[in-house]
Design a protein around this ligand. Structure first.
Ligand code: HEM
Length: 456
């Protein structure tokens, strides 16, 4: 501790029961965190929960938390509770075992694999497009549509096989398991979940169902005599991977497969859902995206990615305004110092992408949807182009726990939009208000009602 270290807690919003109750509503916390960044421009002390909770509101402190002091913090209780369903995979695993596991999983997500994955991505998207052909003028829930598509993509990429008729089962179980996870995140949630209440029983049954499907798919991948579809098979890669002569035990393969299935579809589904909504409300931007794709002269593929800088800008701008991972949580395991304040062991520290990505100190016209801010003067996409400081932009986290699927997600989002947008211009219901459902990920509250209109 330095001589200047302050012992008391940093200031924060006053303890008001009404404000605390509001924080339990799923649409409030992202906005409240953004407001707090105005009032408490570096760090705030929050008065909810049993122990001390802090919110870092400055990019320097986001880096400090996620990168510089990363060895002194672990994943927080909300994420750890997911381990009950996911098992002990990369997302939830403690730091001491994380490095070795990450080295095993990394090669499956190396840049050199993206060309293969992109074939799977466009094939699944083309099939989804065909299903829309007979649905012109139909009202759909875009959240469901995009979740079905991204689940199909990640399922094919993970297991080297189409989920086929199991897709519906996986989709339904995944939804129930996710809503169970939301409840586990509430204070005391992990204990409540063990009560014999029908909703919780359904959630555990769904988790068991998911487990059975994942185990069957892993068995099938292990016994496969033929090449996987398009040579893509992350789970097969994990079964063969070795670090220092060690292979992953079967149970660890199951836990990673489950983690990747969940982490790999829900976030991207939300990103694409918000993208359709923002394109619907900004027709000029949608038209520019279509012109960029039309200039290719053919259906987009992996080789065209560099020719789609504006589409990348659209994806970046959606990630900025509606980051699917909207807050990160860490629990302090070794006393740390943040901005001169001593943060004791057991404290929870939060860093909110939603708040930092919309902070007027670091972004020009922060609430505007302006994909062109991500383009350099010569028209290339760059995630430094807006000129924001490091730590003000972290849709995929930062440091050793940064998302392993980041390149996969960018490629997927760009290819899905570039494949679908030339054909369709879905329109958000005019009466729909941008109400958030901020839980595990940032979703539109109650889904996103859109009507399928063909693109002109
Ligand atoms: C738009 C899409 C995505 C977003 C916004 C996103 C965001 C994130 C974030 C913020 C983290 C760090 C969490 C933390 O520090 O607590 C993370 C971790 C992770 N993500 Fe993603 N993700 C996306 C897509 C994917 C995909 C496609 C996959 C896999 C196919 C994936 C797999 C993972 C895994 C396994 C981790 C844990 C990494 C580790 O701790 O080593 N994610 N993701």
């Amino acid at each position: 501790m330095t001589a200047s270290t302050r012992q008391a807690r940093p200031p924060g919003p006053p303890l008001r029961p009404t404000a605390m109750l509001q924080m339990l509503r799923r649409d409030t916390p992202p906005w409240r965190f953004a407001e707090m960044a105005h009032t408490f421009p570096r760090i705030a002390s929050l008065r909810f929960g049993a122990g001390p909770v802090y919110l870092v509101t400055h990019p320097d402190l986001v880096r400090e938390l996620l990168v510089v002091q990363s060895k002194s913090v672990e994943k927080g209780p909300a994420l750890k509770s997911a381990g009950l369903v996911l098992g002990d995979g990369l997302l939830t695993m403690p730091n001491d075992r994380h490095r070795a596991r990450r080295r095993l999983v990394n090669p499956a997500f190396h840049h050199s694999r993206l060309a293969d994955y992109s074939v799977v991505m466009t094939a699944a998207t083309e099939e989804h497009l065909k299903r829309w052909t007979s649905r012109e003028g139909e009202r759909v829930d875009m959240s469901e549509e995009m979740a079905a598509l991204t689940l199909d993509i990640v399922g094919r990429a993970l297991f080297g096989a189409e989920l086929g008729d199991r897709a519906g089962e996986v989709y339904a179980d995944m939804g129930l398991a996710m809503s169970g996870w939301e409840k586990m995140m509430l204070p005391g949630g992990t204990h409540l979940m063990k009560l014999p209440i029908p909703a919780f029983k359904r959630m555990w049954a769904a988790a068991d169902g998911l487990d059975a499907v994942v185990r069957r798919l892993i068995d099938a991948a292990a016994k496969r005599k033929t090449e996987p579809v398009h040579g893509v098979d992350v789970v097969g890669d994990l079964m063969d991977a070795e670090v220092d002569g060690e292979r992953l035990p079967a149970e660890a393969v199951r836990d990673e497969a489950m983690t990747l299935l969940l982490a790999g579809h829900e976030t991207t589904a939300n990103l694409l859902t918000w993208a359709w909504h923002l394109l619907s409300r900004n027709p000029d931007i949608a038209a520019r995206l279509r012109r960029e794709v039309a200039a290719l002269g053919h259906a987009p593929s992996y080789d065209d990615l560099l020719s789609l800088p504006f589409t990348y800008g659209v994806v970046a701008e959606v990630l900025r305004l509606f980051p699917p991972a909207w807050v990160l949580e860490r629990e302090v395991t070794e006393e740390v110092e943040l901005d001169g304040w001593t943060i004791p062991v057991g404290s929870i520290v939060l860093a909110s992408q939603f708040a930092l990505h919309r902070d007027p100190r670091f972004w020009e016209e922060p609430t505007e949807f302006r994909p062109q801010r991500w383009l350099t003067p010569d028209g290339a996409f760059s995630d430094d182009a807006p000129g924001q400081p490091r730590g003000a932009w972290f849709p995929f986290g930062a440091g050793t726990r940064q998302c392993v699927g980041e390149s996969f997600a960018w490629t997927e989002a760009v290819l899905v939009l570039a494949t679908m947008a030339p054909h369709w211009a879905p329109v958000t219901d005019p009466s729909w208000r941008e109400r958030l459902h901020a839980a595990v990920t940032l979703r539109p509250h109650g889904g996103l009602p859109m009507t399928l209109h063909p693109a002109r």
